[in-house]
Write a protein that binds this ligand. Structure first.
Ligand code: SF4
Length: 339
């Protein structure tokens, strides 16, 4: 009874308020998968542009499987978390190799793809095939925590299990596509982290235990944050005016297989060689690491020989997938280096 009240109010709200997004206009599982991978860790506004680029360049999973990994990484440039792009490419190849084209429809097969977790598999199964699987993204965790007044941290294994049980009970098995779309959108647009006075005119107010108990603003609860690790890098930008040196990151670490300028990593902050001109210090924050980088420009007649690096023309730099930090540095430095 309570569920049917939630459905009718939620669907009414969704009908009127949902955003028009390109991946909502299709039931093509490949397109939906692409959008879901892009939107992990990426805002919708930024994601639309990348989604359109990918779907136009590689309209089917076979097209993406046949692409070079370097090309995929280059198209991904600027989105960060490059393991997503590598997994995207690997997953496309797996779909083709396993004969699952145009895309797998069994939940277990979707879930087996690299880069696909429970949320993404549930989103694809429900959005593309209308199968009754929940799609628990951060917005849904928040709405469920508030509707049920759950103060268990949702990002621990015990918490995930508890929330999963709750959403399984709440899921509209007759309309899973609509239910998942609506509850995600409601969390994204209405039952937001900062509520303001949204609760006062909320269509789900009568079904919301956190509203009744006055705990909405306190939910959901997260486990305590892990300590952020600091790392210090010095980048050397050698330039003859027309050429520079770059190297590919091969270690299993951040920015795996991306290119950057020759770099030293230090255990502690250093002030470096005082004779060098430090162009600018830069701090780049990732989920568990804070990177402190300095970029030093060396104007030289001939490029030095540094193991593991290669000389390239500045004009060819666009052919290499660069780390986000390198791109940001280039934004600031490029005009001075090319003169
Ligand atoms: S009453 Fe407030 S906390 Fe409850 S669902 Fe509505 S907006 Fe969210």
């Amino acid at each position: 009874m309570l569920n049917s009240l939630i459905y009718s109010r939620l669907y009414n709200w969704y009908e009127i308020n949902h955003r028009i997004l390109p991946w909502r206009e299709t039931e093509d599982p490949y397109a939906i998968w692409l959008s879901e991978i892009i939107l992990q860790q990426t805002r919708v506004v930024q994601g639309i542009d990348y989604y359109m680029r990918f779907i136009n360049r590689w309209p089917t999973v076979e097209d993406l499987a046949a692409a070079d990994e370097a090309e995929v990484l280059r198209e991904w440039q600027g989105l960060g978390y490059y393991s997503r792009a590598r997994n995207l490419h690997k997953a496309a190849q797996m779909v083709v190799q396993n004969g699952w084209t145009p895309f797998p429809s069994r939940f277990e097969d979707i879930r087996a793809l690299p880069g696909v977790g429970d949320y993404t598999a549930g989103a694809i199964a429900s959005f593309a095939y209308n199968q009754p699987f929940p799609a628990m993204d951060g917005n849904v965790y928040r709405v469920v925590a508030r509707l049920m007044d759950l103060d268990e941290p949702f990002d621990t294994s015990a918490g995930k299990k508890l929330f999963r049980q709750q959403i399984e009970q709440l899921l509209d098995r007759d309309h899973p596509r609509l239910f998942n779309s609506a509850i995600m959108e409601f969390g994204a647009l209405y039952c937001t982290p900062v509520l303001g006075d949204n609760c006062t005119s909320c269509p789900l107010q009568a079904c919301c235990k956190a509203y009744t108990n006055g705990t909405a603003e306190l939910l959901p609860v997260r486990k305590p944050k892990p300590k952020i690790k600091d790392r210090w890098f010095t980048y050397h930008i050698y330039t003859t005016g027309t050429e520079t040196l770059i190297h590919k990151r091969e270690a299993k670490d951040i920015w795996f297989h991306l290119y950057e300028f020759p770099c030293d990593e230090h255990d502690i902050p250093t002030i470096g060689n005082r004779k060098s001109k430090i162009d600018f210090p830069y701090t780049h924050v990732l989920s568990h690491q804070r990177l402190h980088a300095r970029f030093i420009t060396h104007k030289v007649k001939e490029l030095p020989h540094i193991e593991g690096t290669m000389a390239i023309k500045w004009s060819d730099l666009d052919n290499y997938a660069l780390s986000r930090l390198t791109l940001k540095a280039l934004d600031k430095l490029m005009s001075g280096l090319r003169n």
